[in-house]
Design a binder for this molecule. Structure first.
Ligand code: ZN
Length: 298
């Protein structure tokens, strides 16, 4: 039995690579309203679920998550309201149960609420049955709590297991936002076959957590100056604008909501709004728009 990857026959490594793959790129000749670029802002309102997921229950650790709900989320919603912008909020069900009024805010007005696991679990550590049960419970919990049934999913920590795609299809989601095979939306292929499922790709480059999060007891302490991060995201937006594509961003209220970091989001929005023909959209509306591209989807 060949067990080491270097011993695998070709069909084995081809099988792994071909299981979930990027299909046709989904970018229309122009965005709704004749816009040149689509801007999809997202916020993962994990709050206390990050420590809880790891079984870290000390009040000290949980308070860092609590900041996201108590301070960060309100600041983010206020800034979006100031500019009249929509956004997508992915929220673990446990976080929504801890902060039901916040979940309702996300599901109302111009915004969208999306599934982000039960307790920010790591899918690749779960059995297929456990993963399916948790996604279903998360979907039902958000729907019950907010009165709106989410159509999109982002796996916690973008941890996408070999069962995830089948589960997402089974539960009827319109799009996923957890994979990184492109800068632009694409149709997901399963075993080489089109699935009709839209991927709105993410990347750690366009995420606040890796730049700002530190582990008190870890040896590595990534830290980037907030204004350097602004420069990275501005460059990402400018390139998306030139390409006529999508600028997608993933932020966390407990990370970006701090005073010296919210400045970055404020100035980024100002920079984007200094351009003509920008379509600010939720992930759900973006997924719906790319589905309309003639002949693109099954
Ligand atoms: Zn998360």
């Amino acid at each position: 039995m060949e067990t080491e990857p270097w011993q695998w026959p070709e069909r084995t490594w081809r099988g792994h690579v071909g299981a979930v793959r990027a299909g046709r790129r989904l970018v229309p000749s122009s965005w709704p309203g004749g816009a040149r670029v689509a801007v999809a802002l997202s916020f993962d309102s994990d709050h206390e679920t990050i420590p809880l997921r790891d079984g870290e229950t000390s009040p000290g650790r949980l308070a860092q998550g609590e900041y996201g709900a108590r301070v960060g989320a309100g600041r983010v919603l206020e800034l979006l309201a100031e500019h009249g912008l929509p956004a997508t909020f992915f929220m673990p069900a446990v976080s929504a149960l801890l902060h039901p009024a916040e979940a309702k805010d996300y599901a109302s007005g111009p915004h969208e609420i999306g599934v982000h696991g039960w307790i920010h679990e790591r899918n690749t550590l779960l059995s297929e049955k456990d993963e399916r049960d948790l996604v279903r419970r998360s979907l039902d919990t958000l729907a019950e709590l907010t009165g709106v049934r989410p159509v999109g999913i982002r796996t916690p920590s973008w941890d996408f297991s070999s069962s995830t795609l089948a589960i997402i299809r089974e539960l009827g989601f319109a799009y996923d936002s957890s994979l990184m095979a492109d800068d632009e939306p694409y149709e997901i292929l399963a075993g080489g076959e089109p699935t009709g499922l839209v991927e709105i790709p993410v990347d750690w480059i366009r995420d606040d957590a890796p730049y700002f999060t530190m582990d008190r007891y870890g040896s590595v302490r990534p830290y980037t100056r907030p204004r350097d991060v602004l420069e990275i995201w501005t460059d990402e937006f400018d390139a998306a604008y030139r390409a006529g594509g999508v600028f997608q961003l993933t932020l966390h209220p407990h990370v970006i909501g701090h005073r010296s970091r919210l400045v970055v989001l404020r100035e980024l929005i100002d920079h984007i709004r200094g351009h003509q023909d920008v379509w600010f959209t939720t992930h759900a509306d973006l997924a719906a728009a790319v589905r309309e591209i003639p002949g693109s989807m099954s």
